[in-house]
Design a protein around this ligand. Structure first.
Ligand code: PGA
Length: 251
């Protein structure tokens, strides 16, 4: 496969600055000889601390969200300009927790995607179906809609800065992982959607991560699938004991 694996840790709303600094330092040490592309995405309040630790390492710095506007009267929001100021390189958008707990819809996510790309960030666009959508045969419909609407107005050049993360909602934080075959089927489908929108070449290059209870004992089987190019890891990214074996999975 010509695509490089991209292994990312989403720390969600965890860790204090001291804990985050320690974890980031351990990761810098242990992933220094890692072969893949790496990212960690801490909470906003930890970004400055972690930014100083991962500077000049092979670990990218990610944020978990951004405001849909550049700046202004938006109490409680964080702007792309502020993220750039902290050397954030990547922004995770459309995470299922943003979609379902905080009711972000495809139009809002699309606005954020375009703003982040305009400012030169890499975007990890998360998509994925709820359990009831899987049970009623709507997986493709949902993933297609979230992909198409999330990328509306994104041109082919900017697509180079887009990564898709397929995260079935029922697998996030539940200990239930999609089987490698089930995940692969959705990844292959999403790649076809990208081919329809941007052509075969763009589709063959785009990185599609899998997320949802990725652990040291299932990472290699998932990564062995043709269309799975990396992982977006939540719970298991909070400890080196679990994240390092995932990030350095043996194929
Ligand atoms: P999990 O979370 O690994 O804890 O299931 C994945 C994610 O939400 O990105």
């Amino acid at each position: 496969m010509s695509r490089n694996y991209y292994m990312a840790g989403n720390w969600k709303m965890h860790l204090t600055r001291t804990e985050a600094s320690q974890l980031a330092q351990d990761l810098v040490k242990q992933l220094g000889d890692g072969k893949h592309k790496y990212l960690i995405a801490p909470s906003f309040t930890l970004l400055e601390t972690v930014s100083a630790v991962v500077e000049n390492s092979n670990i990218r710095l990610g944020a978990q969200n951004c405001a849909p506007e550049e700046q202004g009267a938006h109490t409680g929001e964080v702007s792309v300009l502020q993220l750039k100021d902290l050397d954030v390189q990547t922004i995770i958008l459309g995470h299922s927790e943003r979609r379902h707990i905080y009711k972000e819809d495809d139009a809002l996510i699309n606005k954020k995607v375009k703003l982040a790309l305009k400012h030169g960030f890499e975007v990890i666009l998360c998509i994925g179906e709820l359990l009831e959508e899987r049970e009623t045969g709507k997986v493709e419909e949902v993933c297609e809609r979230q992909t198409v609407k999330g990328l509306e107005g994104v041109n082919a050049e900017d697509l180079h800065n887009v990564v898709i993360a397929y995260e079935p909602v029922w697998a996030i934080g539940t200990g239930k992982t999609a089987t490698p075959q089930d995940a692969e089927a959705v990844h292959a489908f999403v790649r076809k959607v990208i081919a329809r929108l941007y052509g075969e070449d763009a589709a063959s290059k785009i990185i599609i991560q899998y997320g949802g209870s990725v652990k040291p004992d299932n990472a290699a089987q998932l990564m062995a699938m043709e269309n799975i190019d990396g992982a977006l890891v939540g719970g298991a990214s909070l400890k080196t004991d679990t994240f390092i074996p995932i990030a350095k999975f043996k194929s």
